[in-house]
Ligand binder design. Sequence first.
Ligand code: CUA
Length: 342
Amino acid sequence: MVDLGSLIWHASMSMLTTAAPVCEPAGTIQPSMFNPAGAPAATILGITWLLFVITGAIAIVVLSLIAYAAIRCRRKDGDDLEPAQVYGSNPIELAWTVIPLLIVFLLFMISARGIFDLERTTPPEGSLEVSVTGHRWWWEFDYGDLGIVTAGELHVPIDDGKPADLFLTLHSADVAHSFWVPQLGGKMDVIPDRINHLWLQANAPATYVGQCAEYCGTQHAKMLIRVVVEPRADFEAWVANQQKDAVAADAAVKEGHDLFLRTSCINCHTVRGTVANGSFAPDLTHIMSRDTIGSGAAPNNPKTLRQWVFDPQNIKPGCDMPSMKLSRHEVDLVCAYLETLK
Ligand code: CUA
C-alpha cells in the first residue's frame, strides 16, 4: 500500500542516500506509521489521528471565523476609521478559558494513557528479549541466553493466531541513536550510559523495515533495521544455524580463509570457530544469512560483497571499515570464503 507515510519515507531516503536502494524481497513491508502491524503502533496511530481531528477542527473553526470577520466586517465607505471599542465580557472570557482548558486536559489524559500503555520496563509475557547496541552506523543484536549475536537484522518467532512480542533493551556504544520500526511500535532513544526499553509487536509474519531516527553522523541514513517476523519453526531453524560455529573452510576456499585471517579484518570482526574475535564490528559468523551488508547500505549479493570488501568507503563513506588495499584477486579469494559463512 502506498500512503503518505511511505511516500515521505521514500522521498527522504532518496534524498539522503546516494547508492541504489536495496532491492527488497517479497514480503518486505516498507516503513509507514500509517500502516500499523501491532498494538503499540496502532495505539500511536490512534492518538495521532485523534489529535489531528481535534486540532484540525479547531483550526477550521478559527480560520472560518477569521475569514468571516475579514469579509463581513470590512470597513465600508462612510464608516468611522475606528470600529466600536468593547471592553470586558465575562461569558466570552470564561468560554475561551474553560473550553481550551477542557480540550488540553482531554488531550493530556488520552496521551498519558497511551504512554502508560506503551512504556514498559518489564517484558510482556512470552516476548522475545533482545539486547540492542547502537553503533555508528549499525545495530548489534544480542539474544542473551540463546547465545546469538548478530547485526542489522532481528529475527522474531510468531505463532498462529497470536501476535509476536519483542522486548528490547537498548544502549549505545558511542553517540545518541534512536530505534524506530514504524509498523511495530514507537521510537526509542538509544543513549550512551543509559538503558532504555522498547516494546514492539507484530500481528503477521513479514520483514519490517526501520531506521535510526536520531541524527548520529555521516551515515545516519544508512543505519537501517530489518525485523524478520517468521513462523516459529523457521525461527528455530534460524536459531539452530546461528548457534553453530562458522563452517570449516574446505580446500576450495582455503586460500581466502587464510588471507582473511592474516588481515586486520580479525581485529574488528568475529568469525566464531576461528581466531577472528574482534568486537568493534558486525559478527560475520553467519554473514550470508543476512539480506543486506553495511546495516542496509547494500543488498547482500556476490557483487556488492566484493565492492564492499574492496572499498567500503565507496558504499558507506565515513564508516569505520577501511579499504584493506586488497587486489581484485585477493578480494575474490576473501569473498569466496565469506560466501561459505551461511
Ligand atoms: Cu544512528 Cu542515526
